[in-house]
Write a protein that binds this ligand. Structure first.
Ligand code: F6P
Length: 546
């Protein structure tokens, strides 16, 4: 169904007028005028606390944003997603990753069928398998316990399990080292294989489609490497697969008993909750994997029931929409002040940019008069402070930042944790407050006047730069699950406002097709095709070097 164009919706137009004033606001003044600002502009759910008070907005802004969300049918689309309607219109698929983390007694219906028995059937298999590898009952073909797991997958079949395994390293099994090979670059595979012994290594081939070129090449290479050192019948003890494409797994030669299925209603970037999360269950155990799912489910329950004004994912989505749409912010920086979340920005890049990096509406109309998904990037604090924060403080672009921190550490170095949190809070304060010319002059008092005036422009910080801060007590499987689900739903809210299909990814196809052609040319299997002079020149240089 064709929605009215976003920019014609009355609340959008009111927001545009409102933004003309908001651009002039100084957050310093907003805080000075309202001592309750922090209490009013913060919200808590599913073990996460969000402070969004350091944004250029007020109560009226939120009122208008909530009106817009209602006018755009965000809640209606949310309910349609949970109800299993085929909201992924270009692939005619439901979007039901939320069913993967619901308890067994919670029915989820797809095409009139309850799918929860299928979901929990696979979870039971994940439990049995991960328990047996962890407790040593599952052994390699020479009778030795598994010590290394290599997950071969890319995109959603890599980023989620890798990010979560790293984030939950405190909970990891001491015997099992987890490795992730994603890149078709042979250096990636080489580095992993050079660290493991085939007798004690388990390979997981993870691919939703089981056709992704990089993963298939890596899987074949791993298999050939293994068979150089072990007989064919040993494969069943060392290769398992996760996919929606059961036929392709059989053709690859993996024992049907070693297949962990999932379904086409799970998007790749939303699949860590499915059997794609097998490395997580192996590393931290099925109990903690269950806690991850439960944390996400708690966020789902909040998202589907809380009114927009108190709904954490709705608010995170609306505030990001406001910054993107009305305050011209083209990117968002993710700053986890937690070393174990160091892959979280990379994970969010796929989640957000593959979902909302779209330029046509759900009805297929080209979007010409508003912006859609921002660029997502970042790194852990405090490292980012000593790299790119300079630009964030004093550059000409304004980049909103999401600070993420745990109030309590999982280590004993308490002075480190105080220093870490102090940096996190100090940065958001500095972005908001900045430093005025007069404050700089006071700092420099005592120096010659002309020297002070020469330095003032360089040392002044404009401030008024937006940020959110997300806090949790500890980083645990449950709070991590809630955090990931929070961002999934934030992406949903923004996609609904922009009226894009957040659940397809056609933009990655063209490069894949062209790569196949060029690969055949580089290998001498196809006549060089007529490319542009740049591509021809690059191919010629590579052929000369091969
Ligand atoms: O090419 C993009 C993409 O389709 C992602 O959406 C997906 O997560 C990734 O490739 C891997 O796909 P698969 O799990 O099917 O190998």
């Amino acid at each position: 169904m064709r929605q009215p164009l976003l920019t014609t919706v009355p609340s959008y137009q009111s927001l545009r007028n409102h933004a003309a004033q908001a651009r002039e606001w100084q957050m310093r003044e907003l805080f000075a005028q309202d001592p309750q600002r922090f209490e009013r502009l913060s919200v808590e759910a599913a073990g996460l606390f969000l402070d969004y008070s350091k944004n250029r907005l007020d109560g009226r802004t939120l009122e208008l944003l909530a009106q817009l969300a209602r006018a755009r049918g965000v809640e209606r689309l949310r309910d349609a997603m949970f109800a299993g309607e085929k909201i992924n219109l270009t692939e005619n698929r439901a979007v039901l990753h939320t069913a993967l983390r619901a308890p067994a007694n919670r029915p989820f219906t797809l095409d009139g069928q309850d799918i929860s028995a299928d979901v929990h059937g696979v979870l039971d298999r994940i439990k049995t398998f991960s328990d047996s590898v962890r407790n040593g009952a599952w052994r390699g073909h020479t009778g030795k316990e598994i010590t290394d797991v290599i997950n071969i997958g890319i995109g959603g079949s890599d980023l989620g399990p890798k990010m979560v395994c790293l984030a939950l390293r405190q909970f990891a099994h001491p015997r099992l080292s987890m490795h992730f090979v994603s890149n078709v670059d042979g250096h990636d595979m080489d580095a992993a294989l050079s660290r493991v012994n085939p007798e004690t290594t388990l390979f997981i081939i993870a691919s939703k489609t089981f056709t992704t070129a990089e993963t298939m090449m890596n899987a074949n290479t791993a298999r050939a490497w293994f068979l150089q050192q072990a007989p064919e019948e040993a494969l069943a003890k060392h290769f398992v697969a996760v996919s929606t494409n059961v036929e392709a797994i059989k053709t690859f030669g993996i024992d049907p008993a070693n297949m962990f299925p999932f379904w086409d209603w799970v998007g790749g970037r939303y699949s860590v909750w499915s059997a794609i999360g097998l490395p997580v269950a192996l590393s931290v155990g099925f109990g903690y994997f269950g806690d991850l799912l439960a944390g996400a489910h708690a966020m789902d329950e909040h998202f589907r029931s809380a009114p927009i004004e108190q709904n954490l994912p709705m608010i995170l989505g609306l505030v990001g929409f406001w910054n993107r749409e009305f305050l011209d912010c083209t990117s968002v920086s993710i700053a986890p002040y937690h070393q174990d979340l160091n892959r979280f920005p990379a994970y969010l890049q796929q989640l957000d940019m593959e979902s909302n990096g779209k330029r046509v509406t759900r009805a297929g109309d080209t979007i010409t008069d508003y912006e859609t998904g921002p660029v997502i990037w970042g790194d852990v604090g405090t490292n980012g402070q000593h790299a790119y924060f300079q630009l964030l403080h004093q550059g000409t672009d304004i980049t909103p930042i999401d600070f993420i921190a745990a109030l309590r550490p999982a280590h004993e170095f308490h002075e480190h944790h105080a220093a870490l949190l102090a940096n996190c809070f100090a940065q958001s304060e500095a972005f908001m407050k900045g430093k005025t010319a007069d404050e700089v002059r006071q700092d420099l008092a005592g120096q010659p006047l002309d020297e002070i005036e020469r330095l003032v422009p360089h040392k002044t910080f404009p401030g008024n730069r937006p940020s959110n801060t997300i806090l949790m007590e500890y980083l645990t499987p449950a709070t991590l699950g809630a955090l990931i689900a929070l961002y999934e739903h934030k992406v949903f809210v923004q996609g609904a406002l922009w009226d894009v299909n957040s659940y397809d990814q056609w933009g990655v196809e063209l490069g894949k097709v062209l790569a196949k052609k060029i690969e055949a040319e580089l290998n001498g299997e196809a006549q060089p095709a007529l490319h542009d002079s740049s591509t021809n020149g690059l191919i010629a240089r590579a052929k000369a070097a091969i």
